[in-house]
Design a protein around this ligand. Structure first.
Ligand code: MG
Length: 369
C-alpha cells in the first residue's frame, strides 16, 4: 500500500492501435470512417510506482503542470479534475484516483446506476452504398448486424440521412425506410435507434417516421439542425404517434447552455455530449441538474472502443443513463472481454479505476502526428 495522496512522477504519452471489425463507411455528413483510429493515451505514474492511464483526444495539455504535483492538487474524489487546464487528463486522473483508493470509477462517481450497463451497437453506417462502383445493398447491413450480434450486441443504432449528401433526396429517404424496416424484420426484439447526423429537415423526418411508425424506434438522434421550435414539433408528433421514442441531441459541438432549457421543456429526452471532449468532470457537474429536469444522459462514445467502457462507468456511477453507445473493435494489449457486451450488457466489476490494465510496453507506440 502506498500513500493515499501520492505525487505524480511522470506523464507519458503514447499511441495504441485500434481496429474495428470491418471498415466503417459513410454517414449523412462524412465519408468513410475507416478501419480504426489511433488511440492516444496518457500514462500517469506516481512516485510510489502506481499507474493510471486513459485516452485523451485533441492536442495534449501541459505535462509540466502535472509532474511533481500531489494527486489531491489535481483531482477531487467528489467533483473530478480541479483545473480546466488539466481536463485533457480527465480519464487518466480518474483511473489513477481509483487505483490509489482501490475503488472502481463507477463507485467514485456515486454508484447510482447498475453495474450491468446496456450497450447498443453504434457501427451500422451506410455500407450498403459501398463500394461506389458496386454497392452491396441492404443485405450487407443485415450481415453486419448479425456479425455484431456475434460480438454480444442485441440493440442497433442505424445511420440514416442518405439523401442529405450521397443519394438523391427521394432515393435516400426511401433507402432509410427500407433499412430500418429490414433490421426490424431481422431482429424483432432489438432496440432500434436511428441517427441522422442532422441530415433531414423537420418535414422530411416526419415523413420518414410515418413510414416506420410500426417499428417502435427506441430513439431518434440528431434528426435535423438544433432548433427549439422544430424539436418541440417533433416531440408533439411523437407524443401522438410513438410516445416511447426518445429524442437524443447535443453531440455535435453542443451549446449545452442553449440545449438545457429546450430539454427541460420536454423537447429533448437524452443529451449526448462526448465522454472525452465534454468530459467526465463536466458530466459529473451536469448530471444532477439533468436528472432533476427529467432528462437522461448518454455520453457520445464513437469511435474508440475504450470510450464505451468509460461511458459505462459514467452510467453506473452517475445513473440517469438508459443505454450507452457501443464501439465494436479491439485495442492493442487490452483484453477484448473488457470492451464487449454479453447479451447486450457490459458488466463492470469492482476492479480499481476503469478496470483496464495498462497494455504491455510493446503496444505503447510513439505518437506520430
Ligand atoms: Mg450521433
Amino acid at each position: 500500500m502506498g500513500t493515499s495522496d501520492p505525487r505524480i512522477r511522470s506523464v507519458r504519452l503514447a499511441q495504441l492501435d485500434t481496429r474495428y471489425p470491418r471498415t466503417v463507411g459513410r454517414n449523412a455528413r462524412l465519408g468513410s470512417h475507416g478501419s480504426g483510429p489511433d488511440s492516444h493515451v496518457a500514462v500517469l505514474v506516481t512516485e510510489d510506482g502506481r499507474t493510471g492511464w486513459g485516452l485523451f483526444e485533441g492536442p495534449p495539455g501541459d505535462v509540466a503542470r502535472v509532474e511533481g504535483r500531489l494527486l489531491s492538487e489535481l483531482i477531487d474524489a467528489g467533483t473530478g479534475v480541479l483545473d480546466d487546464a488539466d481536463r485533457w487528463l480527465d480519464i487518466a486522473l480518474h483511473d489513477l484516483l481509483g487505483v490509489v483508493l482501490d475503488a472502481p470509477v463507477h463507485a467514485l462517481l456515486g454508484g447510482r446506476g447498475s453495474v450491468d450497463v446496456p450497450v447498443y451497437d453504434g457501427a451500422i453506417y451506410f455500407d450498403d452504398l459501398d463500394p461506389q462502383d458496386a454497392p452491396r445493398g441492404i443485405e450487407v447491413l443485415l450481415e453486419e448486424c448479425r456479425a455484431d450480434a456475434g460480438l454480444g450486441h442485441r440493440d442497433f443504432k442505424l445511420k440514416i440521412g442518405r439523401g442529405n449528401r450521397w443519394l438523391p433526396r427521394d432515393e435516400g429517404d426511401v433507402r432509410d425506410i427500407e433499412v430500418t424496416r429490414a433490421v426490424r424484420d431481422a431482429f424483432p426484439d432489438a432496440r432500434i435507434l436511428v441517427d441522422a447526423n442532422d441530415g433531414y429537415d423537420l418535414d422530411g423526418f416526419v415523413t420518414y417516421l410515418e413510414a416506420v411508425a410500426d417499428v417502435g424506434l427506441f430513439w431518434v438522434e440528431e434528426p435535423f439542425l438544433d432548433d427549439a421550435d422544430d424539436l418541440a414539433a417533433l416531440r408533439a408528433w411523437l407524443d401522438a404517434k410513438s410516445p416511447e421514442t426518445r429524442i437524443a441531441e447535443g453531440e455535435t459541438s453542443p451549446d449545452v447552455g442553449a440545449l438545457l432549457p429546450v430539454a427541460a421543456a420536454g423537447s429533448i429526452d437524452v443529451l449526448l455530449m462526448d465522454v472525452l471532449s465534454y468530459g467526465l468532470t463536466a458530466w459529473r457537474r451536469l448530471m444532477p441538474d439533468l436528472a432533476a429536469a427529467g432528462v437522461h444522459g448518454s455520453p457520445h462514445a464513437w469511435g474508440r472502443p475504450l470510450k464505451t467502457r468509460y461511458a459505462a462507468h459514467l452510467a453506473a456511477g452517475l445513473g440517469n443513463v438508459e443505454i450507452v453507445e457501443g464501439v465494436p473493435g479491439d485495442v492493442a494489449g487490452v483484453d477484448p472481454r473488457l470492451l464487449r457486451p454479453v447479451d447486450g450488457v457490459l458488466h463492470l466489476d469492482g476492479s480499481p479505476g476503469f478496470g483496464v490494465p495498462l497494455p504491455d510496453e510493446a503496444h505503447l507506440r510513439k505518437i506520430v502526428r
